[in-house]
Design a protein around this ligand. Structure first.
Ligand code: C2E
Ligand code: MG
Ligand code: MG
Length: 640
């Protein structure tokens, strides 16, 4: 800091922050209220007493003395009244104009000092001390705070002027000069001291305020986008929903999902991803004014707004998002929910909107979906599944059913696929289509899959112990199992526990699970392969990753998706396609199973073109263990 800077600082001609200025103003307005009150009372008393004593004849002053004194009392009285009124209005936040405040304060101070000089001058001429000037300067410069620069200039000049005019009339004694100088210095030092103290208080307060602001911001807003976080959104939404004058029927919750955001993150990095999220939040704020918005999670946002032209607004957002200059095509899906009454909690409302949004995720031409009655039923089912999953496992309401896989060449059973079934005593039958996706959504699927592995191992062990013939069982795994478990290790542990050979197990992974960038998944598959487990690629051709997966991953067998056989009899193109896939698999050294075989015609064709294994309702639906054993025992199912 340069020498001038220190001087500037000392004189108080540095620039203050808005906060410090306001802090000084607040403090000065408060002090001005007291100073003005004192002067109003004092001058009122002076006017009354002067008139009274003059009337009684005690004062015995000349008319000109009386007039000039009364006028000066009155002027000071008036300026104090103005200051008093302004300070009250300011404190009550009725007027808050800085320029007006400064003007009033300035005029009041000049009048006070001029008054002090005038009265003290009169006293001086009578041989008395300059008490009034002292009092007025103390009131003006020590009760209210001035920057030192102003104090030095005003105090110096007022005492200077006073001394000059007094000395001009009656040369001042040495004692008077010393007195005057000492009083000036003391008041000046007190004024500077008061200023310093106020300034340090202001700065300390500002720091505290800033810290408080930061903490508040962190607690209510989301770090990445700057808009509210969910916690704050919930509180705000609750307030709106509970306001009596808000018509609940006009409100709508929106849930936004940004499609392909993950790819944007992967390709452009987190920094760019965050910038996009920030921009998207700004678009939401612009589009939905007078609404509340929040960053829900990763690439999801929620808005509570008025149900006005929502579809148009969604379209405009889609358009703006499509205009971003990325190689990746980003899309927007929006789910909406209209609360039916004030009791619907914001989080539940957001969940409904999210549910509606999820239903259109795979429909590329749909961007907006409103939550309806049908969804409400599905939603209830979902809630039921999540709330009762633990009990279903504990009480074994979830059972393993087995569907035979047959050898195409002789029609005999060569394997089984384990498929989960949930027979709930309260809800009734729940199919995998109902619960698999829900469990995935709530990150619980790995628990189901390990439960199935355990049940299958138990069943196999039990069958061996009872001396029954056993067949290899295919197990279905979800992508999340690879993320949440050391899957190969866990399966191995379970087999060991029940002393089941690994040749009795096939690991089925659906095509949609596979991703070239998923390092954990690749590691786990490698681990299975190195331990000689059979790896089967399920639902091949269901349209997720295409032929590329065959290049990237090693499988022993491909399971053709049952889609290939839909409308098999009437679609001429089905046969050459299936034939080519099976030939391709053969060229790559892999076996094939075709699932969904329902007709003899399809079965004959598949056998003819060399598909090794078949699975489908033509042979059997998935059946319980008891039914399976009964059918084997009665010869309905023949084991190879
Ligand atoms: P997936 O692994 O492709 O299983 C085959 C599905 O096709 C089964 O449906 C089976 O019942 C059905 N299916 C078999 N043959 C025919 C047929 O001829 N015609 C028709 N229309 N369908 C046939 P399911 O049991 O409902 O299972 C559906 C999907 O749920 C399974 O598809 C599998 O991906 C998943 N899944 C089932 N159990 C589990 C499990 O324990 N864990 C995991 N992660 N997924 C499971
Ligand atoms: Mg399967
Ligand atoms: Mg399948």
């Amino acid at each position: 800091m340069g020498r001038f800077d220190s001087l500037k600082k000392f004189l108080g001609i540095e620039k203050f922050t808005k906060y410090t200025n306001e802090y000084f103003d607040r403090s000065n307005i408060r002090s001005s209220f007291y100073v003005a009150s004192i002067i109003v009372v004092l001058e009122f008393w002076m006017i009354c007493s002067t008139l009274f004593f003059q009337y009684l004849g005690d004062l015995n002053r000349s008319t000109s003395w009386l007039v000039t004194h009364l006028v000066s009392y009155f002027v000071l009285f008036l300026s104090a009244v103005v200051l008093l009124i302004y300070s009250i209005l300011h404190q009550k936040k009725i007027v808050q104009n800085r320029a007006v405040w400064w003007g009033i304060r300035f005029v009041f101070s000049i009048i006070s000092i001029a008054f002090g000089i005038y009265i003290s001058y009169m006293d001086y001429l009578k041989g008395e001390q300059f008490i009034t000037l002292m009092t007025m300067t103390i009131l003006v410069f020590c009760f209210t705070v001035w920057r030192p620069f102003y104090s030095i200039v005003f105090l110096g000049s007022s005492y200077g002027i006073f001394f000059a005019i007094c000395n001009h009339q009656i040369p001042a004694s040495y004692a008077t000069k010393v007195n005057l100088t000492i009083v000036l210095i003391i008041i000046l030092l007190s004024a500077i001291n008061a200023y310093r103290q106020k300034l340090s208080e202001a700065k300390k307060d500002e720091k505290l305020e800033q810290a408080h602001d930061i903490l508040l911001k962190l607690s209510i807003s989301d770090e990445v986008t700057g808009i509210a976080n969910m916690n704050y959104f919930r509180g705000q939404a609750l307030e709106i929903m509970n306001k009596k004058d808000v018509d609940i029927n006009t409100l709508i919750y929106l849930y936004f999902d940004i499609e392909n955001f993950k790819m944007l993150n992967q390709k452009y990095g987190f920094w760019e991803g965050n910038t996009f999220l920030k921009n998207f939040a700004d678009i939401l704020k612009e589009t939905f004014e007078d609404s509340i918005h929040a960053h829900f999670s990763n690439d999801n946002f929620v808005v509570l707004t008025k149900d006005v032209k929502i579809k148009d607004k969604v379209l405009s957002i889609c358009k703006r998002v499509s205009e971003f200059d990325y190689d990746i095509k980003l899309g927007i899906k929006v789910g909406a929910y209209k609360p039916i009454n004030r009791e619907v909690l914001p989080l539940i409302a957001c969940d409904h909107a999210r549910y509606a949004c999820n239903t259109i995720k795979k429909h590329y031409n749909l961007a907006y979906c409103l939550y309806d009655q049908n969804m409400a039923l599905n939603f209830q089912k979902k809630q039921y599944i999540i709330n009762n999953f633990d009990a279903a496992i504990q009480n074994e309401y979830i059972k393993v059913f087995y569907q035979p896989v047959v050898n195409a060449s002789n029609g005999k059973m060569c394997g089984l696929e384990a498929l989960a079934r949930w027979e709930d005593p309260q809800f009734g039958f729940l199919s995998p289509a109902d619960f698999i996706q829900t469990l995935e959504e709530y990150y619980q699927i790995h628990r189901l899959d390990m439960y199935v592995v355990k049940q299958v191992c138990k069943n196999i062990r039990n069958a061996i112990d009872r001396g029954r013939k056993i067949l290899p069982v295919s197990l279905n795994f979800s992508r999340m199992d690879f993320d949440y478990l050391e899957l190969a290790q866990e399966v191995e542990n379970c087999l060991k526990k029940y002393d089941v050979d690994k040749s009795m197990i096939h690991i089925e992974v659906t095509e949609s699970t596979l991703s070239e960038d998923d390092i954990k998944l690749k590691e786990e598959l490698k681990s299975f392969r190195s331990q000689d487990y059979a790896l089967w690629l399920d639902d091949f051709g269901s349209g997720y990753s295409g032929l590329n997966v065959l290049k990237e991953f090693d499988f022993d067998l491909i399971k053709l998706d049952m889609k290939f056989l839909s409308n098999f009899e009437n679609n001429e193109k089905a046969r050459p396609i299936i034939k080519n896939i099976i030939n391709l698999a053969k060229d790559l050294g892999m076996q094939t199973v075709t699932e969904g075989v329902e007709t003899q015609e399809a079965c004959d064709f598949l056998r003819e073109i060399g598909c090794e294994k078949l699975q489908g309702y033509l042979f059997s639906k998935p059946v319980s263990l008891e039914e399976l054993e009964a059918k084997i025992d009665s010869g309905v199912f023949e084991i190879e």
